[in-house]
Design a protein around this ligand. Structure first.
Ligand code: PSU
Ligand code: MN
Length: 309
């Protein structure tokens, strides 16, 4: 039997001992979200963006059945080129370990591994949520369940644009997940800034976010403090310059949805690839821009939190 513990890279272990801000990064975006070689270039750029903003990146993935927190460049490159890598949501993780597979971890699985490793801040593109037509299909991402239960702060550009945003926010409210819009009123809509959906709370300062985390998880260890386990979701709107016009991208999403035959775990990868084709690569550029923007914010939150606790 191989050792089933989590392998934490040297750099990440050093960051813990020096109390630096650490940012978890997911890997489904590498294996299933972006095509090669953009996926590899973006994975490297996201790590660099975290460093540039005062944090240490910890990309999380499964390599040959072993959970890794912090990847070498060779491991990143291997994952980015592996057409057989699995998409690992919570239910799939034990399977990948038992089969010695490579896999990209979704938001749900990255959260659970981050918590296990002691990392509190995590940057992604968009979370999974309630799919349009979920009243028929029951397609609701395991990401929402993980946000309910796992104490990690997830920085995203909103729920993926192909989802039902109001229903996603309703479920998050039911599950007790604080949902924050950073510097904007609406919850951001991934490819564009203003979803028109309220249902989240606006915070404008990074220190407001870190104070929320301290209160939620009682990181100050107040003797009489309440600890509310579970996640916090930060919606960080895509930069203005990289935003997609709402009418334009919504039209493309409708087209992609109308011809879709994919089901289950294949829905998101199919839609992202189809949108890439329909938009002649423009949706991909927006996706990369918002990922970097989220990595930058997450690094600042992690650095700020590391100074306070
Ligand atoms: N958003 C993207 N690209 C992605 C994903 C989200 O722009 O690849 C991935 C994330 O890893 C997210 C997952 O956790 O899709 C959700 O998949 P599902 O809806 O099948 O749970
Ligand atoms: Mn699903």
């Amino acid at each position: 039997m191989t050792n089933r513990r989590i392998t934490i890279s040297e750099e990440v272990r050093t960051a813990f001992s020096q109390r630096q801000g650490i940012v978890a990064l997911e890997s489904t975006v590498i294996t299933h979200g972006l095509p090669y070689p953009d996926n590899l270039a973006t994975a490297r750029e996201l790590e660099q963006t975290v460093r540039d903003h005062g944090g240490i990146p910890a990309t999380i993935a499964v390599i040959e059945g072993q959970i890794h927190v912090g990847l070498t460049d060779l491991q990143l490159a291997t994952l980015a080129q592996d057409n057989h890598a699995m998409k690992l949501s919570r239910r799939d993780l034990p399977l990948a370990l038992s089969l010695n597979k490579n896999g990209g971890t979704t938001v749900a699985t990255t959260m659970l591994i981050a918590q296990e490793a002691g990392i509190r801040i995590f940057a992604t593109g968009g979370i999974g949520g309630v799919h349009r037509g979920a009243e028929e299909t029951f397609d609701i991402s395991a990401d929402l369940e993980e946000l309910a239960n796992t104490s990690v702060c997830v920085v995203c550009a909103g729920a993926k644009a192909v989802l039902d945003i109001p229903k996603t926010l309703e479920v998050l409210e039911t599950k007790g997940v604080p949902t924050i819009s950073y510097g904007c009123d609406d919850f951001p809509a991934f490819y564009y800034r203003n979803s028109g959906v309220n249902g989240s709370t606006r915070l404008d300062q990074i220190s407001d976010i870190t104070n929320l985390l301290i209160h939620k998880w009682n990181l100050a260890n107040w003797p009489d403090g309440l600890c509310f386990d579970g996640g916090v979701l930060i919606g960080n709107p895509i930069p203005l310059a990289d935003e997609y016009a709402k009418e334009e991208i919504e039209g493309l999403i409708e087209t992609a949805l109308s011809s879709m035959t994919a089901t289950g775990r294949d829905v998101t990868p199919y839609l992202l690839a189809e949108l890439g084709k329909l938009s002649a690569g423009k949706s991909k550029d927006s996706n990369i821009a918002l990922l970097k923007n989220n990595a930058a914010l997450a690094a600042q939150i992690a650095a700020s939190l590391a100074q306070k606790v």
